[in-house]
Write a protein that binds this ligand. Structure first.
Ligand SMILES: C[S@@+](CC[C@H](N)C(=O)[O-])C[C@H]1O[C@@H](n2cnc3c(N)ncnc32)[C@H](O)[C@@H]1O
Length: 191
């Protein structure tokens, strides 16, 4: 995605050293962009009218890729939420690298009321069955409160596809792509 620069982990980044030094180190989901986030970021960059002038929340921000794309595409303000402090740090570094202002928030918003935003962007947050149930319930509360919800996902097993409408399709790089050929992903609207 030529419009966005991200710090990414490589073989010499020292992630194992960091993991050994920090007993609270989780999975470094923030250390690279995921397929669902790539599809969603591509979508908002290709169709800036989706976000222009809107207050946006990137739920499960990871590296901050989707939040950054939304700001570059013309959102009026973007909050990036994640439950991993390393994701918050990565989002701040990556937002700065792209010259955009993103408010990074360490919180599990799925337990609370719908936030005061116009649009929720959710990149690759349906990778775990239990989390998927919680996230879907929260997003349904958001839709009921009048918030638009767009999800990017490479058709993972826990994606609630029967509740979603495909609005765009992309081929994206994702974990486990042996040859880098990419895999199908889509951007969905929660209906
Ligand atoms: C698979 S990564 C996707 C990151 C990014 N959206 C992307 O597509 O590249 C999922 C992210 O969601 C975060 N996450 C998991 N549960 C969450 C929750 N309840 N609220 C917010 N973020 C959560 C994880 O810490 C992780 O950073």
């Amino acid at each position: 995605m030529p419009e966005i620069r991200l710090h990414r982990a490589g073989p010499r980044s020292g992630l194992m050293r960091l993991a050994d030094a920090d007993p609270d180190f989780g999975s470094p989901y923030w250390a690279r962009p995921w397929g669902g986030g790539l599809a969603l970021a591509r979508h908002v960059l290709d169709r800036p009218e989706v976000v222009t002038g809107k207050r946006v929340l990137d739920l499960g921000a990871g590296s901050g890729l989707v939040a950054i794309a939304a700001m570059l595409a013309g959102a009026s303000a973007v909050v990036a939420a994640d439950v991993d402090p390393y994701a918050i740090a990565a989002t701040r570094l990556n937002a700065a690298a792209n010259g955009v202002a993103v408010e990074a928030v360490l919180a599990d918003l799925t337990k609370g009321d719908p936030p005061d935003v116009d649009l929720m962007l959710v990149g690759d947050l349906f990778y775990d069955p239990d989390l998927a149930v919680r996230v879907l319930a929260f997003l349904e509360r958001c839709v009921a409160a009048g918030i638009a919800v767009l999800i990017g996902d490479p058709w993972r097993a826990s994606l609630p596809a029967d509740r979603l409408r495909v609005v765009a399709e992309h081929v994206v790089a994702d974990f486990g792509d042996p040859d880098g050929a990419g895999r199908p992903a889509a951007v969905f609207e929660l209906v």
